[in-house]
Ligand binder design. Structure first.
Ligand SMILES: C[S@@+](CC[C@H](N)C(=O)[O-])C[C@H]1O[C@@H](n2cnc3c(N)ncnc32)[C@H](O)[C@@H]1O
Length: 266
């Protein structure tokens, strides 16, 4: 935990847990997509095409902490099996579950029990039977190897200190030829010292973010091919603990991206 304001991984996880607990209770007032306006958080930050969200509960949108739409170019097909790493309250899980019908199945994994309870509540509201929510860590997913067609994740991998371990786990879980489609934050350049020492900067998807070049290198080192990236045009407001001065330093350096990659076919 050198260079981090945490004593241990446990300490880091409980900080992240508290942060998103607040997001769930206070309708996305702490998230990447924060704008504090009921029912508009997800569409406001351009994460999703508005028509995709029409039939979803407003509360699900405000409790979502997205930074992009990982399903946008994921070429999801009926019958496929999908896993969402760090699924939060389940927006992408439920969107994917509708698209893989008939015959497909979606797993949503998160370490936060309260988030999973919310996701389960929305799953029932939408009457989707092809969803299974799993409590666990994305570093160690309780699913068999080569069982998944598409792994998605939205604004969550940056929160894990050992990103290589998460990407190795994703590689293990994918079938040969399986796809990875991530939305995540990247950080180009150094973080001001005050923010490096501020635990909320990690929880807010800032201090744990790596550069795009490092992300690509990690994916390639784990074995992924066909790595494609694309910027997300987003319109979110900034976490309140970041000062005006810090914001100017970070603008254009702290960015949301979509990353797609493929496990080679056997
Ligand atoms: C920024 S939120 C994004 C939630 C969701 N993907 C969305 O778009 O609304 C990050 C989520 O990742 C989860 N998370 C962070 N670290 C995790 C880990 N090591 N294993 C599993 N989940 C984790 C948090 O509990 C939180 O729900």
């Amino acid at each position: 935990m050198a260079d981090m304001p945490f004593k241990s991984e446990e300490d880091l996880r409980s900080c992240v847990q508290r942060y998103y607990q607040e997001a769930i209770l206070n309708a996305a007032t702490v998230c990447c997509c924060e704008d504090g306006k009921q029912g508009q958080a997800s569409s406001q930050c351009d994460c999703y095409a508005p028509e995709q969200l029409n039939n979803l509960p407003a509360e699900l949108l405000t409790s979502s902490c997205c930074c992009g739409d990982p399903l946008k170019r994921a070429e999801l097909r009926p019958g496929e099996t999908v896993l969402d790493l760090g699924c939060g309250t389940g927006l992408d899980v439920l969107l994917a579950a509708q698209r893989v019908l008939p015959g497909g199945h979606v797993y949503g994994l998160d370490m936060n029990e309260a988030a999973l309870e919310r996701a389960e509540h929305y799953r029932r509201l939408l009457g989707l039977e092809n969803v299974q929510l799993l409590k666990g860590l994305m570093e160690e997913v309780p699913l068999p190897s080569e069982s998944i067609d598409l792994i998605i994740s939205n604004c969550a991998i940056n929160l894990v200190p050992d990103k290589e371990r998460v990407l190795r786990e994703a590689y293990r879980l994918l079938k040969a030829g399986g796809r990875l489609s991530l939305a995540d934050m990247v950080l180009e350049g150094e973080l001001p010292v005050r923010l490096r020492e501020e635990p909320r900067a990690w929880a807010a998807c800032l201090a744990g973010a790596i550069s795009l070049a490092t992300y690509r290198e990690l994916l390639a080192s784990v074995g992924f091919h066909d790595i494609v990236t694309e910027p997300v045009s987003a319109n979110w407001s900034w976490p309140s603990f970041i000062s005006e001065e810090e914001r100017h330093l970070l603008e254009g350096h702290w960015l949301a991206i979509l990353i797609r990659a493929r496990k080679p076919s056997a």
